[in-house]
Design a protein around this ligand. Structure first.
Ligand code: ADP
Ligand code: MG
Length: 761
């Protein structure tokens, strides 16, 4: 029988003990906890990768919440919670549950037997077929903190993938039902408390003033004081509850939208303007404001209505009817003006978004704007869009001014007219039950009924705004994500052999095929050069490799495994990619090399920097690896930036490197430096190097010549010079200045552009 090794109290044989001691020495409690979690996920068919796990700062061992975040990001549904033994023991037929232990490790509960009062634990480090161990309450308590992590399979990726619409919104709000209930109770009580002052004033006028009763006044005053105190307290509580709930909703919406945005495929971002994406997604904050503002207010108003309206009818039905009729008329006006308002409003949103995206474009392209002195042109464009926005803004303002003006007389009627009519009734027919007190009560409460009624009508128009906003955000966020590909699929060990079999690819919306019947293969460890004219499909090949575009036909295999079968995250992690223009994030050089990937030490950073040839210049920087990269990386040169990008790519020791025009924007000296390092980097890796400068590819094991998406030839530099017309032409074009007469001697001639200079020290 195997022991769950982190249950110290369980008696065990000597042999077992020493074996477990060994295991423990190797694995920290935190590691055991992570392994238990991975075992629980494995049960649902999800192979977790430790590299996806991000520790929370300050956590010795990951909390259930941290683990749940990890699992949720991998397409499972996980939840950390505190559980009592009596609930734990009743979890029949449950998938494995991770039990948190006090030493920071964890156990894996795979079954229960309530009759015998035991749960069954399996060693998280053992095999799935290992026999579980029965543990009773007493023994479990000594190790278990009471926290568990429940893991479920995500049915059709339900929540994370649910489209963003009203249903989604409703679910989001309903998750707060406990808070909502408390807020509702508080509102009811407040409303009741609000009735009392009116009621009391009625008494004061009818009894105290009419009968000059001092004793009644004193007791009433006391009551008023106490009630006021309670109202203050309750209002405070309600605001606090509302605030907490609004904050939670806000956080949830923000996290959800961001996750969704990150899950969208790269292809999607390429087809859209960044400014527009941000603009549309930001509309979701309008939805949040609606939820936490207008909807909440109306919800609270409803309770006021439920309490106060009957009270008003109790005091005087005719007057109450008049209030309701007035409010109804206001509501009608609001509803009538809604459709034209909406049309204008949508137009205005559209134009405002355009304005935001113009601003974004200018900021993003400010270098070009400034260097070409394009300010006047940009300003002119801006003025034009502002004129349009102003037009629509004014129009919506004008339009909304109408209903607001029209409802004013009705509001006067409710506030003042009803009182006057009440006074008239009081004077003419004293038996109608409308006395001075009732009139005052209406003065105090009439408005509290009218404004909620109007607000409910207004809510309808806001709902239309929200629908627009949701539509806008959904236009971006409801696009198909690549979550499924990122979380499922094989995770084979990548060695680096690569083959294309009759691959055809057309860009979505593209005119023709970008790749035509591409077939070739290279063994692991090859340095493959890709050459061809601009637009011949070189970058497209690298994109297919990285799974950026997946709707190609034919087969693309890595070490014989169909690329489509491979987990996308795993695939992309197996590649080190350096592009022509690499984005450096705000932060230190060290941060940029690790790029936030967990588990990397300073030694790794230095090793990567050395391999990339970046070490020498980093060490010359004022703060070394802690030098802050400035916005737009102005404090480092282009060559330095490329070397940082290479360091960032090689730090994970990828078996596969892709360099797409990585040295094309560099000066010859930097290019030579980088190229010299590449040969060292290439050891033990498959490299795909795209360059339009043939001279930097002469040392490649294989060079593939592409033209208009068709493979023209594949071979070494020398072979291609002999056999491939296109290659020879390109080569001569680039190197004619060196040796115009003797083309054959070019190869032995230092290879042209001085890009293969001897390595620097
Ligand atoms: N995102 C895209 N959408 C549509 N067509 C594209 C896209 N990217 C590239 N293309 C087209 O595909 C062809 C190959 O492009 P690419 O692989 O980038 O060429 P290269 O890297 O060799 O210069 C070109 O005709 C180009 O216009
Ligand atoms: Mg390209």
């Amino acid at each position: 029988m195997d022991q769950p090794e982190n249950l110290p109290q369980v008696p065990e044989s000597e042999a077992k003990r020493s074996q477990n001691a060994n295991k423990k020495a190797r694995l920290s409690p935190m590691m055991i906890r992570l392994r238990a979690t991975m075992a629980a996920a494995k049960y649902h068919g999800v192979d977790l990768d430790l590299r996806d796990f991000a520790t929370e700062p300050g956590e010795k061992s990951p909390s259930p919440a941290t683990l749940a975040r990890w699992l949720n990001s991998q397409g499972l549904v996980a939840k950390g919670m505190r559980l009592k033994w009596r609930y734990l023991i009743r979890m029949f037929n449950s998938p494995p549950v991770v039990l948190m232990f006090k030493d920071g490790s964890a156990g894996l509960m795979v079954g229960v037997n309530p009759k015998k009062g035991v749960v069954f634990l399996r060693d998280p480090l053992g095999k799935e077929t290992d026999a579980p161990v029965a543990v009773d309450e007493l023994r479990l308590r000594q190790a278990w903190t009471g926290d568990v992590l429940l893991v479920k399979r995500n049915r059709n990726l339900s929540e994370a993938e649910a489209p963003i619409n009203f249903l989604w919104l409703a679910k989001m709000v309903l998750r707060e039902r406990v808070s909502l209930r408390d807020i509702a109770i508080a509102s009811m009580v407040i409303s009741i408390l609000q009735i009392f002052p009116a009621f009391i004033v009625m008494q004061v006028i009818n009894k105290v003033v009419n009968f000059h009763s001092m004793a009644t006044l004193v007791s009433i005053s006391g009551l008023v004081l106490i009630l006021s105190f309670y109202e203050v307290l309750l209002s405070y509580a309600r605001r606090e509850l509302t605030n907490v709930m609004a904050t939670r909703l806000d956080a949830r919406i923000s996290i959800h939208t961001y996750n969704r945005l990150l899950a969208l495929p790269l292809e999607f971002f390429e087809r859209q303007q960044a400014g527009r994406i941000v603009g549309k997604v930001s509309q979701i904050y309008g939805v949040r404001d609606f939820l936490t503002g207008r909807l909440m207010a109306t919800f609270l108003d409803l309770f006021t209505l439920i309490v106060i309206l009957p009270f008003l009818f109790y005091i005087s039905a005719p007057l109450a009817w008049m209030v309701v009729a007035g409010a109804g008329a206001i509501g009608l006006i609001v509803v009538l003006f809604m459709p034209p308002m909406m049309r204008l409003y949508m137009q205005r949103i559209e134009e405002e978004m355009e304005r935001a995206s113009r601003m974004y474009e200018t900021v993003a392209g400010i270098r070009t704007v400034k260097t070409l002195a394009l300010e006047p042109a940009r300003r002119q464009e801006w003025d034009e869009i502002i004129a349009v926005v102003s037009k629509w803004r004014l129009a919506t303002g004008r339009m909304s001014n109408w209903p607001e003006t029209l409802v004013m007389p009705l509001e006067f009627f409710i506030n003042r007219g009803v009182i006057l009519i009440g006074a008239y009734i009081c004077l003419t027919s004293p038996t109608a039950g409308v006395d001075a007190g009732a009139i005052v009560a209406f003065m105090m409460l009439g408005n509290r009924v009218a404004s909620p009624l109007v607000n409910i009508a207004k809510l309808m128009s806001t709902i239309m705004e929200v629908r627009t906003a949701l539509g806008q955000a959904g236009e971006i966020l409801n696009n198909p994500t690549e979550t499924k590909e990122l979380t499922t699929g094989l995770r084979p060990r990548i060695i680096g052999a690569l083959s294309f079999e009759d691959v055809n690819f057309t860009y979505p919306g593209g005119s023709g095929r970008a790749l035509k019947n591409l077939t070739f293969s290279i063994p692991a460890g090859t340095m493959l050069g890709l050459v061809g004219r601009s637009g011949s499909g070189k970058s497209t090949i690298t994109r297919l490799l990285q799974g950026v575009s997946r709707n190609y036909t034919g087969f693309l295999r890595l070490d014989g495994v169909d690329l489509r079968e491979i987990n996308l995250t795993h695939l992309r992690r197996s590649f080190g990619v350096v592009l022509q223009d690499n984005f450096l994030f705000r932060g230190t050089i060290r941060d940029n090399i690790t790029a936030g990937r967990p588990g990397l030490t300073m030694d790794d950073v230095i090793r990567a920097a050395r391999l990339a040839g970046a070490e020498e210049f980093i060490e010359r920087m004022p703060a070394g690896y802690d030098t802050e990269i400035e916005e737009g990386s102005t404090n480092i040169s282009g060559g330095q930036r490329q070397r940082l990008a290479i360091a960032r790519a090689v730090i994970m020791d990828p078996k596969f490197m892709i360099l797409d025009e990585a040295t094309s924007a560099l000066d010859p000296e930097s290019e030579a430096l980088v190229n010299a390092n590449l040969e060292r980097i290439a050891k033990g890796r498959t490299m795909v190097i795209v360059s339009h400068r043939l001279s930097s590819l002469v040392n490649c094991d294989k060079i593939l010549v592409l033209d208009q998406g068709i493979m023209q030839a594949i071979g070494t530099h020398d072979e291609l010079l002999e056999t491939c017309e296109i290659y020879r032409t390109l080569w001569l074009q680039q190197n004619r200045h060196l040796d115009p007469n003797k083309k054959e001697s070019n190869q032995s001639n230092g290879h042209g552009n001085s890009t293969m200079l001897p390595k620097e020290a």
